[in-house]
Design a protein around this ligand. Structure first.
Ligand code: XMP
Length: 333
C-alpha cells in the first residue's frame, strides 16, 4: 500500500543522491516504461538528463512526433531524435527470416544509440526503464535454456558503453509504473496504451520489410485503433459504469494490424484490383503468455474493413485472426 506523493519524493531524493552532478542518458522508445523513467528522472535532475529517441522507421502513425511533443515540447525534457529509417531499412533489405530481422533491428538500435551517446561526453549514467517483471524474467532465462522468440527491448544495451546503470523502476509492477506515470503528468492515453514490441512494425510486416509496406500498415493500423477507441462496449443495464472498460480499445489487451505481402484480386468501381492484404489481430490476456482472440462485434470489424479498403489505396482485403495463443503467438513473427 503506497502513497504516491511520498513515493515520488523518495524516488527523486534517491536519484539525486545516486547521480549527484553527473549527466544521465536514457534511450526513449515511446513505450510506457522508458517514458515513465524519463519523467521521473527529469523530475529529479532536470537538464542533467538527455534522452535519445531512435526512430527506426517502424513506429506507428505519427508516433515519433507524439513522443517529441510530449517530452520536448510539453515536459521540457531534453530529447535528441535520431531519424535512422534509412539505416534500418537498408540493413533489413532482402531479409525475410523473423529471428534475423529481430537481431538486425536490435543490433542497429544499439549501434545508433552508441553513436549518439558517445557525443554526450559528460554522461556517466545510463538510465533504463527496467521494471520488476523484467528483472524476474531475465533472472529465469538461463534455466529455460531456449527462447521462443528473442525479445528485443530498448533495455538491451551493452556494457561497452561504460556507463553506470540507473534503473529507478526496478521494484515496480506495471500497474504501479502506470500510476506513477499519471502522477508525474504523463497523459493517461499514453500510459494505458497497449504494449508495442521493440522491433515495432518490423515484426508486423511479414517477410521483407519495406518502407512502402510500413506506410500502408501504419495507416491501416491507425484506422483499426481509432475505431476500437470509438466503439463503446455495451454493458447490461444497471451495472455501475465506474471502473469498467468503456470501449473496445480498453476491452482488449493488444490490438493491431499486420501486413501480409500477398496480393489478391478485388473489384473497385469498374475496375479489377490486385493488391495487398491486411490482417487484424486483437487479443485478451492477463499475462501475454496465453491469450484468446477477442470477440469483437461484427459491425465494428465491418467498419474497420470498409475504412481500410476505402482509405488505404494498396490494400483491397482485410481478414480477422481467430487464433489463440497457444498455438499461435500474439505477434505474427
Ligand atoms: P508473442 O508474439 O510472443 O508476444 O505472443 C507476447 C508479447 O510480447 C510482445 N513481444 C515483444 N516485445 N520485443 C518486445 O519488446 C519483441 O521482440 C517482442 N516480441 C513480442 C508482444 O507484442 C506481446 O505483447
Amino acid at each position: 500500500d503506497w502513497n504516491m506523493p511520498d513515493y515520488i519524493a523518495e524516488a527523486v531524493a534517491s536519484i539525486r543522491q545516486q547521480v549527484g552532478s553527473d549527466d544521465v542518458i536514457l534511450g526513449l522508445s515511446g513505450g510506457v516504461d522508458s517514458s515513465v523513467a524519463a519523467a521521473l528522472i527529469h523530475r529529479a535532475i532536470g537538464d542533467q538528463l538527455t534522452c535519445v529517441f531512435v526512430d527506426h522507421g517502424l513506429l506507428r502513425l505519427n508516433e515519433g512526433d507524439m513522443v517529441m511533443d510530449m517530452f520536448a515540447n510539453n515536459l521540457g525534457v531534453k530529447v535528441i531524435r535520431v531519424d535512422a529509417t534509412d539505416q534500418f531499412m537498408g540493413h533489413l533489405a532482402g531479409v525475410t527470416d523473423p529471428e534475423v530481422k529481430r537481431k538486425i533491428i536490435g543490433r542497429e538500435f544499439v549501434e545508433v544509440f552508441q553513436v549518439e551517446s558517445a557525443k554526450l561526453k559528460n554522461a556517466k549514467w545510463l538510465a533504463q526503464g527496467t521494471i520488476y517483471p523484467d528483472v524476474i524474467e531475465s533472472a529465469g532465462k538461463g534455466k529455460k535454456g531456449h527462447t521462443i522468440k528473442s525479445h528485443h527491448n530498448v533495455g538491451g544495451l551493452p556494457e561497452t558503453l561504460n556507463l553506470k546503470l540507473l534503473e529507478p523502476l526496478r521494484e515496480l509492477f506495471k500497474d504501479e509504473v502506470r500510476a506513477l506515470g499519471v502522477a508525474l503528468g504523463l497523459p493517461a492515453t499514453m500510459v494505458y496504451r497497449h504494449p508495442f514490441p521493440g522491433p515495432g512494425l518490423g515484426v508486423r510486416i511479414l517477410g521483407e520489410v519495406k518502407k512502402e509496406f510500413a506506410d500502408l500498415l501504419r495507416r491501416a493500423d491507425a484506422i483499426f485503433i481509432e475505431e476500437l477507441r470509438n466503439c463503446t462496449i455495451d454493458l447490461p443495464a444497471g451495472i455501475d459504469q465506474q471502473g469498467i472498460v468503456k470501449n473496445w480499445y480498453e476491452g482488449t489487451s493488444q490490438a493491431f494490424a499486420v501486413f501480409l505481402p500477398v496480393k489478391s484480386v478485388g473489384v473497385m468501381g469498374d475496375g479489377r484490383t490486385y493488391e495487398y492484404v491486411v490482417a487484424l489481430r486483437a487479443v485478451q490476456t492477463q499475462d501475454f503468455m496465453t491469450a484468446h482472440w477477442a470477440h469483437l462485434p461484427h459491425e465494428l470489424l465491418g467498419r474497420v474493413s470498409n475504412r481500410i479498403i476505402n482509405e488505404v489505396r494498396g490494400i483491397n482485403r482485410v481478414v480477422y485472426d481467430i487464433s489463440g495463443k497457444p498455438p499461435a503467438t500474439i505477434e505474427w513473427e
